[in-house]
Design a protein around this ligand. Structure first.
Ligand code: HEM
Length: 441
């Protein structure tokens, strides 16, 4: 007979509710230490959440037995109502069909066509970094990440007002979702008092703007070889093309999935580089060599192995997707533990990435642990998830971040202005007060 998962009582949950709302991570850590790598938190009224920092269990649910594990309603309902049913939020056959259709556009070879446009926009956005005074760099990276996805989708010039409005709407919808998830006691007000409706109206407006942009492209007959081209031209197995509404869902999802995670990772990287200047020097040296010895950006990127390791180590310590959620469809069992159907599972990527059984000196920044391409092969490393639903944009994100970090270090020396690094764990792990000083080189 399998054992039950060790439980943390509702009383303990309620006694810590205030601090959990501010930052739940210390509470999770404490319970992992007390109960083991998997525990069940009782929230009252029969609602439980299973937390796990067992990398084997994560792999089992995300990969080996993934058919029995679907995404939680946070993605398939709460988020989907704003961004529609695209890759991130869809399930079952619909998801499979979309993934098969879109995957080729994110292959390294296809992405190579986008690199020049991405690079241009990255350099342009970095000009906004303020120098010689303490400055919170998050907003610059946030805009940079949004504009990079925009440029990859629309290589040709598009109306800046429309783009600004799309960014505003994407961010407002994300903020509203954070409120819904963190203040469930206000659910009634959110639903009937207007806030959700207001945000749904905003997303309708975004859909109208996107339809105009897509129509402009179709009317122009241009084929600039960007992501939009690839999405418009890709065909399902039966030869059909994506319906317009579906295309708009997918674009909204790329904006949302591709922008916040990357801006968080870039901000944490700049903060870690500020307190570890030796790694700035190494990146600078690598940048100079790679630039002098490459004829294309693709070649340049392949030579930037140190920068890649710095990014991998940053995402180990500060994984933007710090939780991955699943619900199991049928009863299951893992490692002698009973997992009744319908269990809400949260895999704590941040705790897996610091697990003492898998990482030495887990609290120390040490990019050399990712020497020899060790990153994605490590058994306890999941910055982009695992299995068939692993991030489709992982290569895109790595290319974008390597270009951004090398350019940043080539332009500036970075010093810290507020330590230690502060975090804001919301839907993604966000940086807080990323105050740095930039001195031109
Ligand atoms: C540092 C940057 C990024 C991180 C850490 C990240 C992380 C993740 C993770 C962990 C998942 C899996 C979620 C799950 O299994 O529940 C995911 C899915 C996804 N990501 Fe990313 N992501 C990043 C950047 C991007 C970018 C740049 C794009 C697109 C341009 C993107 C598009 C997507 C999409 C569409 C999915 C859903 C894939 C599917 O379910 O088939 N991501 N991402």
């Amino acid at each position: 007979m399998p054992d039950k998962i060790p439980a943390v009582s509702v009383f303990k949950f309620l006694a810590n509710a205030g601090s959990i709302l501010k930052n739940p991570l210390p509470f999770h850590k404490e319970n992992f230490e007390l109960k083991g790598d998997t525990f069940k938190l009782k929230l009252g009224f029969g609602n439980d959440v299973v937390f796990s920092r067992d990398p084997e269990f994560a792999k089992y649910s995300l990969q080996k037995n993934q058919r029995n594990y679907s995404k939680s309603p946070i993605q398939t309902k709460d988020l989907a109502k704003y961004v529609g049913e695209g890759l991130l939020t869809a399930e079952g056959d619909h998801w499979k069909k979309q993934r098969k259709l879109i995957q080729p556009a994110f292959h390294k070879k296809q992405l190579a066509q986008l690199l020049d446009a991405m690079h241009e926009v990255i350099k342009e956005e970095l000009l906004r970094v303020e120098t010689h005074k303490p400055f919170d760099v998050f907003e610059v990276f946030n805009d940079l990440a949004f504009m990079t996805v925009v440029k990859a989708l629309f290589k040709t010039d598009v109306d800046r007002d429309k783009i600004n409005r799309l960014q505003y709407i994407t961010e407002q919808a994300q903020k509203m979702l954070v409120k819904e998830l963190r203040q469930p006691f206000k659910a009634w007000y959110f639903k009937y008092g207007g806030p959700i409706d207001k945000h749904l109206a905003l997303t309708k407006e975004a859909r109208v703007i996107l339809k105009e942009l897509v129509q402009e492209r179709k009317d122009s007959g241009d084929k600039p070889g960007d992501l939009l081209d690839m999405l418009l031209d890709s065909q399902y197995e039966d030869g059909g093309f994506m319906e317009e509404e579906q295309l708009i869902d997918e674009i909204l999802i790329l904006f949302s999935a591709g922008h916040e995670t990357t801006s968080n990772a870039l901000t944490f990287t700049a903060e870690l580089l500020a307190i570890n200047p030796i790694w700035q020097d190494k990146i600078y040296e690598e940048y100079a060599f790679a630039k002098a010895n490459s004829t294309t950006l693709n070649e340049f990127l392949r030579k930037c192995t140190v920068t890649k390791q710095v990014l991998e180590e940053t995402m180990r310590m500060y994984p933007p997707a710090y939780f991955i959620d699943r619900v199991n469809i049928e009863d299951d069992e893992h490692n002698g533990m009973e997992i009744p159907a319908g269990s809400n599972l949260l895999f704590s990527v941040i705790e897996i990435h610091k697990h003492k059984d898998f990482w030495d000196r887990a609290d120390q920044f040490d990019p050399t642990r990712f020497d020899d391409n060790a990153g994605m092969k490590h058994p306890a490393y999941f910055p982009f998830g695992a299995g068939p639903r692993m991030c489709i944009g992982n290569n895109f994100a790595m290319y974008e971040m390597i270009l951004a970090v090398t350019e940043l270090v080539a332009m500036f020396k970075i010093t810290p202005k507020s330590t230690p690094i502060e975090i804001l764990p919301l839907i993604t792990l966000k940086p807080k007060n990323a105050m740095l000083e930039f001195i031109p080189r």
